[in-house]
Design a protein around this ligand. Structure first.
Ligand SMILES: [Zn+2]
Length: 251
C-alpha cells in the first residue's frame, strides 16, 4: 500500500516536473540573459553567447538554489515557484527529492525528522509577523519597539526565506518542548541535521552568534537548500548572506 502510494506520488511528481520544466528553464534563462537587442537582426556582428555554442545537454547550474532573501534583499513581486507537499508542508518541487532523501537518511538512523514549515506566501508571513508584534506589545512595548523586537525573530512579509520554498523548519516529536527554541540543537534531530544536512544540500541558515550578519537570533531548526555548494559554504564558516555577497552576487 505504502509502496503503491509512493509510486503514485513519484509518478505525479515526475509529471509535474515534466510540466514545469519548460517554465523553470524559461525563468532561469530570462534571469540570466541580458535583454534582447531591439534590432533583433539574425546577422548580428556581436559574437553569440557562449552558452549557444556547445552541443551539450543543458545542465542544471542550481542558480535557483542560490537566491538570497533577507532584510536587504526582499522577494520580488514576479517571483513564483511550483510547490509540492512533503508531509503536508509545501516546498519547492525541485527541493523535494533532496528533502525526502534527508528524511530517509534520518529514518535509517532511527531518527524521526519532522518538518513544520516550508513555503510561505506573503499574506501568511504578514500574519506571523503581526502575531509576534502583538506578543511584544502585550509585554508592554509600544508599536515601534515591538516591531523592531519582532523583526529579530520573525521576518517581515517579503523578507522571509520561507517565500523561496527552499527553507525548511525541522521538528522533533520526541521532545516537543524544544521545538523552535535554541535547545533544538540538543535533540537527536538537531544533532543529526547539524552533522548531515549539508550532505543533501541543506545549510543551517541562522547560526548562533551571527545575528549581526543574518539579522536573526539563532534558529538551529531552520535549514535552507543551497545545492551542491552546501559543504563548501559550511566549511567556509561564512553565513549564506556573506557567501552570497562574495560568490553569487552579480552586482
Ligand atoms: Zn524558518
Amino acid at each position: 500500500m505504502r509502496f503503491e502510494f509512493l509510486k503514485n506520488r513519484l509518478f505525479l511528481l515526475m509529471m509535474c516536473l515534466v510540466a514545469t520544466a519548460g517554465l523553470i528553464v524559461s525563468v532561469v534563462q530570462n534571469k540570466s540573459r541580458p535583454a534582447e537587442s531591439a534590432s533583433g537582426g539574425e546577422e548580428s556582428l556581436t559574437p553569440p553567447p557562449k552558452s549557444s555554442s556547445p552541443p551539450t545537454p543543458p545542465v542544471d547550474n542550481q542558480d535557483w538554489a542560490h537566491i538570497l532573501i533577507n532584510k536587504k534583499h526582499p522577494i520580488t513581486h514576479d517571483f513564483s515557484i511550483e510547490t509540492v507537499p512533503i508531509d503536508d508542508v509545501p516546498v519547492d518541487i525541485r527541493v523535494a527529492p533532496y528533502l525526502n532523501s534527508l528524511i530517509n537518511e534520518a529514518k535509517s538512523q532511527g531518527i524521526n525528522l519532522g518538518i513544520c514549515s516550508g513555503y510561505r506566501n506573503i499574506q501568511y508571513q504578514k500574519k506571523l509577523y503581526e502575531k509576534e508584534i502583538e506578543k511584544f506589545m502585550n509585554q508592554g512595548l509600544n508599536r515601534e519597539e515591538a516591531e523592531a523586537e519582532a523583526a529579530r525573530h520573525v521576518a517581515r512579509p517579503g523578507e522571509s526565506e520561507h517565500h523561496s520554498g527552499l527553507a525548511i523548519d525541522f521538528y522533533t516529536y520526541d521532545e516537543p518542548e524544544k521545538n523552535l527554541t535554541s535547545d533544538f540543537l540538543n535533540t537527536k534531530q538537531g544533532r543529526f541535521l547539524d552533522k548531515n544536512a549539508y550532505k543533501k544540500g541543506f545549510l543551517q541558515r541562522y547560526p548562533l552568534g551571527k545575528e549581526d550578519v543574518t539579522g536573526y537570533t539563532d534558529e538551529s531548526w531552520h535549514y535552507r537548500f543551497v545545492g551542491d555548494d552546501a559543504e563548501k559554504i559550511k566549511n567556509s564558516g561564512l553565513t549564506f548572506d556573506e557567501y552570497w555577497e562574495k560568490y553569487y552576487s552579480r552586482d
